[in-house]
Design a protein around this ligand. Structure first.
Ligand SMILES: NC(=[NH2+])NCCC[C@H](N)C(=O)O
Ligand SMILES: [Mn+2]
Ligand SMILES: [Mn+2]
Length: 316
């Protein structure tokens, strides 16, 4: 039995139907509702967790009437307001000794979730599982999509951006480790190098195996397993054959088991306090005829089983 170092066996679910951090009309805002419909609460209760569900946050009400680009950044005010709201929700669950489980929605939400975690646990570390580094700054982003930028804001390297003044919990570069990277822009590679950030791409997963990679990632950011862990899981870290229904799929990703192993191993530390399950999309058939029901089903169910593994489901 795993002993939980920071929480009681209670989890708060924060539903975040949000797509403002990216430009595709692929239904990434419909992910949270689908994850709930497929039985998340019942599954966590089966694992003997006390479950509190906020209801899905009405994030579209935060959309400002006017929200001009700032430089390249698209919908900056909307993303900022949403992230601030989400940060408060995470904070409130953590303060009550619950695990905060955030369902997305696009990955710009993690600006909120990680800020919320850091405000309750300033010494927390971050494991970011993703095909992408999401570390572009307002200067380096080509797309202007804020879901490609949250980590730069968290590290305090985004510079001053109007509306984002509330982001003041700074993550030190030696407290973040990446797993699963394979679509990293040149500008992002430079930042990773400059800051000496521990990043395990798919190359390292191939070379060392997932068991060793997770151990090295944890040793880097949480050597004594004494710090709280925030896990931010972008479902596109998984190979598109495993999780096809997402906005920015990239070939050559984590297998089903590799994804689950990461969650199982992090659970075993007893340090997990906050989990994001992001970028699960539910597209409209008319707009995305290439993604069918069985692919949405595969993606939603893998998201659910990753969450269960984070919260202690084991194979035996
Ligand atoms: N959370 C994600 N899926 N991010 C994809 C980011 C893609 C690209 N690097 C960008 O900055 O736009
Ligand atoms: Mn990604
Ligand atoms: Mn991401």
């Amino acid at each position: 039995m795993v002993e939980y170092k920071f929480v009681e066996k209670k989890v708060g679910i924060i539903g975040c139907p949000f797509n403002g951090g990216q430009h595709r009309n692929i239904g990434v805002e419909k992910g949270p509702k689908k994850l709930m419909e497929f039985g998340l609460i019942e599954q966590l209760e089966e694992l003997e967790w006390g479950v509190e569900f906020d209801g899905h946050h009405k994030l579209n009400e935060l959309r400002p009437a006017e929200d001009p680009n700032i430089g390249k950044l698209k919908k900056p005010l909307y993303v900022s307001r949403v992230a601030e709201t989400v940060s408060k929700a995470v904070e409130s669950h953590l303060k009550r000794k619950q695990v905060a489980l955030t369902l997305g929605g696009d990955h710009s939400l993690a600006l909120g979730t990680v800020s919320g975690t850091l405000s309750v646990y300033p010494d927390a570390c971050l494991i970011w599982v993703d095909a992408h580094a999401d570390i572009n700054t307002p200067e380096t982003t080509k797309s202007g999509n804020l879901h490609g930028c949250p980590v730069s804001f968290l590290l305090g390297i985004a510079g001053k951006v109007p509306g984002f003044e509330w982001v003041n919990k700074i993550l030190s570069p030696d407290r973040i480790a990446y797993i699963g990277l394979r679509d990293v822009e040149t500008s992002e590679k430079k930042i990773l190098k400059q800051l000496g950030i521990k990043a395990f791409s798919m190359h390292e997963v191939d070379k060392y195996g997932i068991g060793k990679v997770v151990e090295m990632a944890l040793d880097a950011v949480n050597p004594g397993r004494t710090r709280p862990i925030h896990l931010s899981f972008d479902v596109d870290a998984l190979d598109p054959t495993v999780a096809p229904s997402t906005g920015t799929p990239v070939r050559g990703g984590l297998t089903f088991r590799e994804g689950h192993y990461i969650c199982e191993a992090i659970h075993e530390t007893g340090c997990l306090v906050s989990v994001d399950m992001m970028e699960v999309a539910v597209p409209d058939h008319e707009i995305y005829p290439d993604i069918d029901d069985s692919q949405v089903f595969a993606t939603v169910t893998v998201g659910l089983s990753l969450i269960r593994c984070c919260l202690g489901e084991t194979l035996l």
